[in-house]
Design a protein around this ligand. Sequence first.
Ligand code: ATP
Ligand code: MG
Ligand code: FE
Length: 344
Amino acid sequence: RLVLGIESSCDETAAALVTPDRVIVAQRIASQDDAHRPYGGVVPEIAARAHAERLTPLIAATLADAGKTLADVDAIAATAGPGLIGGVMVGLVTAKALAMAGGKPLLAINHLEGHALSPRLADPTLAFPYLLLLASGGHCQLLLVEGVGQYRRLATTIDDALGEAFDKTAKILALGFPGGPAVERLAREGNPRAVPLPRPLLGSAEPHFSFAGLKSAVLRAKEAAIHADADLAASFQQAAIDCVIDRTRRALAAAGEVTALVVAGGVAANQSVRAALESLAAQHALRFVAPPQVLCTDNAAMIAWAGIERMEQSGWTLSDPLDFAARPRWPLDPNAQPARGAGV
Ligand code: ATP
Ligand code: MG
Ligand code: FE
């Protein structure tokens, strides 16, 4: 069997062909970094137009890479939310058209479920339940992943997402766009203890994350012009990691028995974040699982894989309705209580 995945919820236009035995037969990811760089961030209208221009040829090229046609595909999985609504609609409407034209099942996938299950695409031995840190541009959550479709949110951010904090720090340090990888690179040349920065909610009884105060402190330190940028980047990254480890340790205590500590989402591409989580897992005698970098940032293989997981669960009988509406907001855990503030 073969599933076509489509991703267009932010600024990556992506398509992939994946099999249930975890072979990524082909995948293409067209980044829009150049289009958004002049604005220092993703502009939704530009993103939507770029997806509309690029997606259909990208899907054709992905099929051609694999020597396949639409007839060889058993289902079409597309991100249906959450994300920038224009882009999501482009991907979803394209998937619907292909599903209708080819008489194939449509799978409307939650982008966060794609991130949450991506570690299982990378590692066939990763079993439920696992504790997942989902750290991306729009989210920072600790989730108990109990099964496909069973996600218990233990913590979320009360202000900024972790990737957002990296992106804002990059902006403050004029490192350009996209920011996360640039901060990581500069941090390698700096001293992580050079700049005293706050660690919001460290040791708090509250389970959640907060990064807004850290970002503001980076801005004040930059304006004070005392420290080298590399020291600022390294100190920011260390403060963020200290927060992440403290909150994750707390969640491990609350989660009960788990098979592994897992990280996914764009920030999981960060080597220092991965190393810190790996050593936390070792302290708890737990396995640590992180997908390869290409599966951390946005991609369509994880969307195809989430489709495969849902299909396997249903005995390959599933098909979402062709009038499934794109969802700008779509929490993974519908029972999660709002964190204080505006957290989602
Ligand atoms: P969401 O998944 O919440 O909808 P998104 O899809 O925009 O958001 P992803 O593509 O999963 O997010 O991740 C992008 C984020 O990851 C950006 O904030 C980026 O700065 C961050 N990121 C990517 N690589 C790194 C890195 N090496 N170090 C730190 N952060 C990184
Ligand atoms: Mg991106
Ligand atoms: Fe994402």
